[in-house]
Design a protein around this ligand. Structure first.
Ligand code: ZN
Length: 193
């Protein structure tokens, strides 16, 4: 078992951090501090890989350093899967670039408060391991930005109580209506709905 399991029953959530390179510095302790959810369970892999930086958009990520994620996904079959990444300020433009879908083959991230970005997970894991009903998200915390990290921790605490994809969308709509419509649109495009 590569993950820590808190709480029990449904819904099952899997949160992962420290996916590659030095991102563990901004993400791992956030996940380590999480308390069990009020309803259902939360599995945590706080650090996947501290060394190599392989992008999750590369096929080999999930078959090499990211293998523990796949093992946990196969074992737990989570309803909610969330990756916590971190990014350098100078990469913000390319991550949120509306043209990202054409340049990188994945939709642009949406900007939330305190330079936390919200996006989808790599199609490599999404398509192969999750049903359409599952909620799969990626949050990007800005490196060397304590406020961003603090807000990332707040989001992680809220997300561990999330019950389903629809529950997430409803809550996101209230706080971030524009970003919520983008999430829905990206999802429809991804599944060709
Ligand atoms: Zn990353």
């Amino acid at each position: 078992m590569t993950y820590k399991l808190l709480g029990n029953g449904d819904p099952v959530r899997l949160f992962v951090g420290g996916l590659h390179g030095n991102e563990w510095k901004d993400t791992s302790d956030i996940l380590e501090k999480l308390e069990p959810p009020a309803i259902g369970s939360l599995a945590i892999i706080s650090t996947v890989c501290k060394e190599k930086y392989i992008s999750t958009l590369e096929e080999k990520y999930y078959s090499t350093v990211g293998k523990p994620i796949i093992q946990a996904v196969e074992e737990l079959k989570p309803d909610i899967y969330i990756e916590f990444h971190s990014y350098s300020k100078q990469n913000k433009k390319s991550l949120t670039d509306a043209e990202r879908i054409y340049k990188a083959g994945v939709p642009a991230y949406s900007q939330l408060d305190n330079d936390v970005l919200l996006g989808s997970v790599s199609p490599i894991i999404r398509k192969k391991y999750f049903s359409m009903e599952a909620l799969c998200l990626s949050f990007e915390i800005q490196k060397d930005n304590p406020q961003s990290k603090q807000y990332g921790a707040k989001i992680a605490n809220k997300m561990k109580e999330c019950l389903s994809r629809d529950d997430f969308i409803e809550k996101l709509k209230k706080r971030y209506p524009f970003q919520a419509s983008k999430v829905i649109e990206d999802y429809r495009n991804f599944y060709g709905l």
